[in-house]
Write a protein that binds this ligand. Sequence first.
Ligand code: HEC
Length: 98
Amino acid sequence: MKKLIQLSFLAVVLWGCAGGINPKNTAKVEAAFAKYEDSDGKAIFREKCAKCHHYKLPETKTAEKWPGIMDRMARKAKLNDDQKAAVVAFVTKHAKAS
Ligand code: HEC
């Protein structure tokens, strides 16, 4: 049992490090976000979307994938409908070409 807990903890830690932009690396964050024009969606994404994991930038997923992911993440980030719509617009606009 203890082993299982340790293993799942390790999995979470490893998963958290897998890709994405570390929010603590301010220079990297600035560089990553500088390429998007300013919008509400960008601001909300930047504020809310690296609390549990690194930033998973829009171009890491396709525009087909994002809405389903955002259904899960909007709830996790406690976004209201307007905030969610703004973030969906932001991430799908800059999504990976499918
Ligand atoms: C309360 C914690 C939490 C917050 C806040 C959060 N996430 Fe997540 N996120 C998770 C967890 C846990 C997973 C892995 C499980 C899953 O995919 O549902 C995940 C997975 C993801 C994935 C990978 C999904 C996939 O299918 O590959 C993306 C992309 C993502 N989050 C984006 C976001 C965005 C964008 C926001 C801001 C709106 C956000 N997250 C806010 C906890 C969070």
